[in-house]
Design a protein around this ligand. Structure first.
Ligand SMILES: [Zn+2]
Length: 245
């Protein structure tokens, strides 16, 4: 199966919190989308690998994904190793996505930073014919970075206003991560995510980036290269101009 867009996260819930609005929007536009997590989340303070897999499957339904996979790289100790690059190359070659999403390379959790480097390197290496897996070589057109904790000056912002409610639904699938009265089931250890105000922060950030492009909610992205535009008159069309504050 071929995907149009494949988003990689270090952990299940990373993609949802950062950019599931865009993933959901792409699905609504008719593109085939997928999410692959590098780990199974067994080191999470709350929940377990089994619970996380279940929550990820629920969220995949809400996001309308054509594929959702978990690789078996150990959680909390993702390393930029050849072995791990091969695991990601195999995933890229299996789905041949036109674009790949990866976490921004500056983050609070070391796994996110390692995941960023791994995905970028694997996306390039995947195009080398002499690098043998049992698949055809393939290089995605672009690696697009999403934001985790630390901000960046975005290369572009996607209007997710019509999809924000579904984004929140996808995040809430991770019942064990977020504030829950059932402490016996989900653990009493509070984390940044389990505090009741956490969802407000996501809403505030999405509104902030929405404001920059003159819409209700937006998600920011970064690409390393300059963006090539064939026809600037068409690109900066009336819809774009309306968005200028
Ligand atoms: Zn994470």
């Amino acid at each position: 199966m071929k995907l149009d867009a494949l988003a990689f996260g270090a952990h299940a819930d990373d993609v949802e919190m950062a950019c599931s609005g865009t993933i959901i929007k792409l699905g609504a536009l008719g593109y085939k989308t997928g999410v692959t997590t590098l780990t199974r989340g067994e080191m999470a303070t709350r929940g377990s690998a089994k619970i996380r897999a279940h929550e990820f499957a629920q969220s995949a339904k809400i996001m309308g994904l054509a594929s959702h996979n978990m690789l078996d790289i150990p959680d909390g100790r993702i390393e930029v190793s050849w072995e791990n690059k091969i695991k990601i190359i195999k995933e890229i070659r299996a789905y041949k996505p036109r674009i790949v999403f990866a976490p921004y390379w500056v983050s609070r959790h070391p796994d996110h930073e390692k995941a960023s480097h791994l995905v970028r390197e694997a996306a390039y290496l995947s195009g080398l014919k002499k690098l043998k897996t049992d698949q055809e070589s393939y290089r995605p057109y672009k690696v697009v970075y999403y934001q985790t904790r630390f901000g960046f000056k975005p290369s572009f912002i996607v209007d997710i206003s019509d999809f924000h409610a579904r984004k929140i639904k996808s995040i809430l699938c991770y019942k064990s991560q977020f504030h829950h009265k059932n402490k016996a089931k989900f653990g009493k250890d509070e984390t940044l995510l389990s505090r009741p105000e956490f969802l407000d922060r996501i809403e505030t950030r999405d509104k902030q980036y929405g404001m920059y492009i003159g819409v209700k909610y937006g998600e920011p992205f970064l690409v390393r290269e300059a963006i090539k535009i064939y026809d600037p008159v068409d690109f900066f069309d009336a819809g774009y101009l309306e968005a200028i504050p």
